[in-house]
Design a protein around this ligand. Structure first.
Ligand SMILES: [Zn+2]
Length: 155
């Protein structure tokens, strides 16, 4: 799902969260987590290129065009969500954390149902079992269209 659509979805969901809880902290947590868990894409790009890059063009190229690198995507994980939701209930955490959990959950569900990727890709254990390769993320016909990277694209 595009960043713009995540902003729209997060706005709607955090508005509903505020209506239900009247918690500004939780609402802000919901809004920000619903957008910024995508920062893990940047972490993977930084690991691959060994330097911080903030360009959305570079990020798009790395994620959707280039064959090289790995997709760890540490925040895009149903296992992490499960741990978070269990902690919310067991430790009776405050509304800030409930907002963060709602934002992250909605983000991952939208990614799951709008991105054309292999169905198990949002399980960290699945990606780990396949070495975080892009081949385990993209359907075979998409993976075949990815190209070898060129360093001159990252300037
Ligand atoms: Zn995402």
């Amino acid at each position: 799902m595009s960043p713009q659509n995540h902003v729209i979805a997060s706005t709607v969901v955090s508005g509903a969260f505020y209506a239900a809880t009247h918690s500004w902290e939780g609402t802000v947590g919901c809004f920000l987590s619903g957008i910024f868990i995508d920062i893990d894409h940047h972490f993977d790009l930084w690991i691959y290129k060994r330097k911080p890059l903030w360009s959305l063009k570079d990020l798009y190229h790395f994620c959707d065009v280039e064959k090289g690198g790995k997709l760890h995507l540490v925040f895009h994980s149903y296992e992490l969500l499960l741990i978070l939701w269990v902690c919310l209930v067991v430790f009776k955490m405050d509304l800030l954390w409930w907002g963060i959990a709602v934002g992250m959950t909605v983000h991952i569900l939208f990614d799951q149902f709008t991105n054309s990727l292999k169905p198990l890709v949002y399980f960290l254990s699945y990606r780990m079992r396949h070495g975080f390769s892009k081949q385990c993320v993209f359907p075979e016909e998409k993976y075949r269209t990815l190209i070898q990277g060129r360093d001159d694209l990252y300037v």
